[in-house]
Structures are given as structure tokens and as C-alpha cells.
Design a protein around this ligand. Structure first.
Ligand code: CTP
Ligand code: MG
Length: 196
């Protein structure tokens, strides 16, 4: 029972890792030129704000891709944790390497996460919240929703064969917990200005 919960939780975290990793990567390596280039809309507020930069976007996507590639090679090399076999990012394994479909799935998870995050920044600015203002639930789930939407669009076969209802429930429970822990660490190490 406990083992089953542990196994399901680790598998769910494995699947969503290329999306999760984008957030800390963007916070760590982001900065510089903003995606909205300082654009202010007619409501007097920024399109997205200073928290969304090209370097954050690029480093997030590349870190997510690199993570997914490493995960793929770990699975293909027969690596296991507590006897748990982790899923690949493509249904039919590509011999001697990583397949095109896996790359698409991994990129969709990481790019979708960052697009979800950007969409939420757009909404936060429109309702008058400043960059960095806390918006509970939205701040925690924006990138998960973005990742799910994009990966469903590009890799539906993989999604229905890999992601179960159980996976989704675990991700919904674990996301705010990991988000809070990661942001407290980022705040304490001065990577982020606010602990959320
Ligand atoms: N970041 C970035 N580019 C991105 C996403 C994030 O540079 N596309 C960096 C920024 O330095 C940002 C930090 O990661 O401040 C944390 O991201 P997030 O919490 O999403 O941004 P906030 O500053 O809280 O801004 P917002 O209110 O728009 O969410
Ligand atoms: Mg934020």
C-alpha cells in the first residue's frame, strides 16, 4: 500500500519534471530583456511585467529539455529507483537514442509550463496585481495547466497512455507543496525577492 503510493507519486513527479524544472531555472537564469519590452497597455499596466524575460523563457525551455533527455537515457539504461520503472516520453522506444516524439513531448511540457506562467502574468497585470504579488492557487497551478494543455495538443497518444487520473491527483496535491518549498529555498538563497 505505502509502496504503491510512493511508486505512483515518484512516477507522477517523473512525468511532470520537465515542466516543474522550468520555474526554478527561469528564476535562476532569468533577467535582462523583458518579453513585453516594457509595453504598457491602455489600462496603464504592463503587458506582462519585469518578471517575464527572454532569458528566463529560453533557460527554462532548455533546462526542461535537458532534464527530459537525461530522464530518457536513465530509463533506457535500465535505471530503477526502489524497483520502480519510470515511463519514457514516447510510447514506442527509439533504439539507441531519443526519438522525435519524445523531444516534442518534453518540449511541450516545458514550453507549455512557461506559456501558462506567462498567461497568468498577463491576467495578474490586467486585474491590477504587480509583478511578484502573490496570487494563491493561480501562482501554483498556472504552469501545470499550461504544460497539460500543450502536451495534450501535441502528444495526445502519449498523454492517454501514460497519465492516469491518479497521476493527475498526485500532481495536484504535490504541486503546491513543492512550489512552497522551492520558493522558500529560492527566497532564502536570494534567487527570488519574495517567498512565493
Ligand atoms: N522569470 C523570467 N522569465 C520567465 C519566467 C520567470 O525571467 N519567463 C524569472 C523572473 O526573474 C521572475 C522569477 O523568474 O521574477 C520568478 O517567476 P514568477 O514567480 O513567475 O514571476 P513574478 O516575479 O512573481 O511575476 P508575476 O507576478 O508576473 O508572476
Ligand atoms: Mg510569481
Amino acid at each position: 500500500m505505502i509502496y504503491d503510493i510512493l511508486a505512483s507519486t515518484l512516477i507522477a513527479m517523473w512525468i511532470i519534471l520537465p515542466a516543474y524544472i522550468t520555474n526554478p531555472a527561469a528564476a535562476l537564469f532569468g533577467g535582462g530583456k523583458t518579453v513585453d519590452r516594457g509595453l504598457v497597455l491602455s489600462d496603464g499596466r504592463r503587458l506582462l511585467g519585469d518578471g517575464k524575460t527572454y532569458s528566463g523563457l529560453l533557460s527554462g525551455i532548455l533546462t526542461g529539455l535537458l532534464t527530459g533527455i537525461i530522464q530518457t537515457y536513465l530509463v533506457m539504461s535500465g535505471w530503477e529507483l526502489f524497483g520502480i520503472k519510470f515511463p519514457l516520453f514516447e510510447l514506442v522506444p527509439t533504439e539507441n537514442g531519443i526519438g522525435f516524439k519524445a523531444i516534442v513531448t518534453i518540449l511541450s511540457l516545458s514550453a507549455g509550463a512557461l506559456l501558462g506562467d506567462i498567461a497568468m502574468s498577463f491576467i495578474k497585470r490586467r486585474i491590477g496585481m504587480e509583478s511578484g504579488d502573490s496570487f494563491p492557487i493561480a501562482d501554483q497551478y498556472d504552469f501545470i495547466v499550461g504544460a497539460f494543455l500543450l502536451v495534450s495538443l501535441t502528444s495526445w497518444d502519449w498523454v492517454v497512455n501514460t497519465i492516469t487520473i491518479e497521476t493527475i491527483i498526485i500532481i495536484l496535491i504535490m504541486t503546491p507543496i513543492l512550489h512552497i518549498v522551492a520558493n522558500i529555498i529560492a527566497y532564502l538563497t536570494k534567487v527570488k525577492k519574495v517567498p512565493w
